[in-house]
Design a binder for this molecule. Sequence first.
Ligand SMILES: Nc1ncnc2c1ncn2[C@@H]1O[C@H](COP(=O)(O)OP(=O)(O)OP(=O)(O)O)[C@@H](O)[C@H]1O
Ligand SMILES: [Mg+2]
Length: 252
Amino acid sequence: MSKIIAFAGKGGVGKTTVAALVIRHLANSGQTPILAVDADPNSNLGETLGLAVPTTIGDIRETFMRDPQGVPSGMDKAIYLETLVEQALIEQPSFDLLVMGRQEGQGCYCMVNNILNRFTDRLAGSYRYMVVDNEAGMEHLSRRTSGRVDNLYLVTDYSLRGLRAVGRINAMLDSLKLQVQDLGIVVTRAPTQLNDTFLREAEEIGLPIVGIIPDDPALLDFDMEKRSLLELPDDSPAVQAVDRLLAATCPA
Ligand SMILES: Nc1ncnc2c1ncn2[C@@H]1O[C@H](COP(=O)(O)OP(=O)(O)OP(=O)(O)O)[C@@H](O)[C@H]1O
Ligand SMILES: [Mg+2]
């Protein structure tokens, strides 16, 4: 069974960036195969990894629902949909990327969703790691991960607002039917020294700060130049911080 790594936190705090750097760490340290899942409807994990995304699972669902008769004659619906998902998988030497795209629209998509969910679950099982970058809300995370996450990183920038969002997510976890093995706070765009107010609030949440990622100007440059974070130099401060985070919380 694959090890599932996921991220949660307020919008814009750096979840996708950390997800991309986690994939980079696992790929570069040979902890493969890896399935990267972009579960954010406004997907951009692909971009962050320098990949164009021609088809999403949402596109497959929409196309199928628009023309259910489009299944080649004599072919089982489930097998047809599974073939489309396989074609949508973006294969790289050290990881594969699956982009979920738009969420279910209105109307009854149950049958299609069940087939797609069952197949993506089965697919995920054949990888050593599944790294899921989801949207700011937590509603869909349990479904995307079949209710089980090995490492959930609660990401916040260096702000009390970000940290309070982490507190709220932590308080919500029980009601989400999500089984989490390891849970910790990751602070991004952090100064060298976190101040006492921030540390006190983190302590009140009752979770350890497992990673501190400094403000790294190279990230903004790469973003502007649309370059893949996989190309960041090994000595970039953000890369080194994520390498330390994984060594401490998710050893090979
Ligand atoms: N440690 C850091 N240093 C400097 N810039 C950073 C750092 N982490 C993230 N950023 C920048 O912050 C912006 C938002 O990051 P990112 O897209 O990873 O956030 P997000 O939490 O995934 O956002 P969303 O909730 O919209 O999905 C990006 O421009 C990214 O380059
Ligand atoms: Mg994101």
